[in-house]
Design a protein around this ligand. Structure first.
Ligand code: CP
Ligand code: NVA
Length: 328
């Protein structure tokens, strides 16, 4: 049984296979057909934080695939407070076919995976956001035709979204540069892991405190909120620390003329990104948001769909001259 907890756990081949499947399922749906690959299956969705995209895209993904999803709000579950994470994992495993969880502490995701007897999907923690990264890669592939050799620039907080983005870029051969203010960089461990993946794929990682350096000649410019969920009390300090890290027309002017702009959303317009960029010709943010659903279908099918059984070898006919039974 596999979980989907970190991009780091998946090989480039597996990630490419999931991107191909997402692309295929998206095209099939556009032609008017959903395949009931997960008929009768139910996804339990545990949320400790608010969500628009993750909640609705997983719910719709399950419906399109012939299954269903159950939303479990922060107040209902009280993960780790009303009941231990291990107990929640074991109880839910008796009811649902897979668990998707959005938690504060990444340890809660790891504990769920340890104790559940069904696949667990990480719907964002304080460490990473792998579902987002798969949708980001799908969007880049759709817009640019490839990831390998592209320059992806991330401007802002070296936090959960940047972590998974670095790892998927490094796995799939895209060069990654990140500009964060001092004190808000990706952790050395995340960067070191990314360095191993980049060495294997032949891509480069650049770390800087200068957004202009990061964005120079970029094919993709990415940003995220300066204040993530759970950090609201730091909002003012962060606003000061991140001044100068806004993705605006001036900064975007340093990227390639055909660069695309991505944002995981929700956006804080006027802070990390301007209205002009969000709504401008380079923006791919709403395609990216829709792609959460298509990418997650591929994750769900990868984890849950029955693998086709290999046909048993046919026995040779017992006597010479006897016709083998006709195949039905
Ligand atoms: N990008 C993302 O995960 O959005 P939500 O917080 O709305 O789920
Ligand atoms: N970094 C943001 C991402 C939201 C999808 C947060 O954790 O709030």
């Amino acid at each position: 049984m596999r979980h989907f907890l970190h991009i780091a756990d998946y090989s480039p081949r597996e990630l490419k296979a999931m991107l191909d499947l997402a692309d295929k399922l998206k095209k099939e749906r556009a032609r008017g057909g959903n395949r009931p690959l997960l008929k009768g299956r139910v996804l339990g969705m545990v949320f400790q934080k608010p969500s628009l995209r993750t909640r609705v895209s997983f719910d719709m993904a399950m419906r399109h695939l012939g299954g269903d999803a159950l939303y479990l709000s922060p107040a209902e579950i009280g993960l780790g407070q009303r009941e231990s994470v291990a107990d929640v994992a074991r109880v839910l495993s008796g009811y649902v076919d897979a668990i998707m969880a959005r938690t504060f502490s990444h340890q809660h995701i790891l504990d769920l995976a340890q104790w559940a007897s069904v696949p667990v999907i990480n719907g964002l923690s304080d460490y990473n956001h792998p579902c987002q990264a798969l949708a980001d890669a799908l969007t880049i592939q759709e817009r640019k035709g490839r990831l390998k050799g592209l320059r992806v620039a991330y401007v802002g907080d070296g936090f959960n979204v940047a972590n998974s983005l670095l790892h998927i870029c490094a796995k799939l051969g895209a060069h990654f540069s990140i500009a964060s203010p001092a004190g808000y960089e990706l952790t050395p461990r995340v960067v070191a892991l990314g360095g191993e993946f980049a060495a294997a794929s032949g891509s480069a990682i650049r770390l800087t405190h200068d957004p202009r350096e990061a964005v120079q000649d970029a094919d993709v410019v990415y940003t995220d909120t300066w204040t993530s969920m759970g950090q609201e009390q730091e909002a003012e300090i962060r606003r000061q620390a991140f001044a100068g890290f806004q993705v605006n027309d001036d900064l975007l002017g340093l990227a390639r003329p055909d660069a695309i702009v991505l944002h995981c959303l929700p956006a804080h317009r006027g802070e990390e990104i301007t209205d002009a960029v969000m709504d401008g010709p380079h923006s791919a943010v709403f395609q990216q948001a829709e792609n959460r659903m298509h990418a997650q279908k591929a994750i769900l099918v990868h984890l849950l769909a029955e693998k086709p059984k290999t046909a048993p070898a046919r026995k040779p006919a017992a006597r010479a001259g006897k016709k083998p039974a006709r195949r039905r």
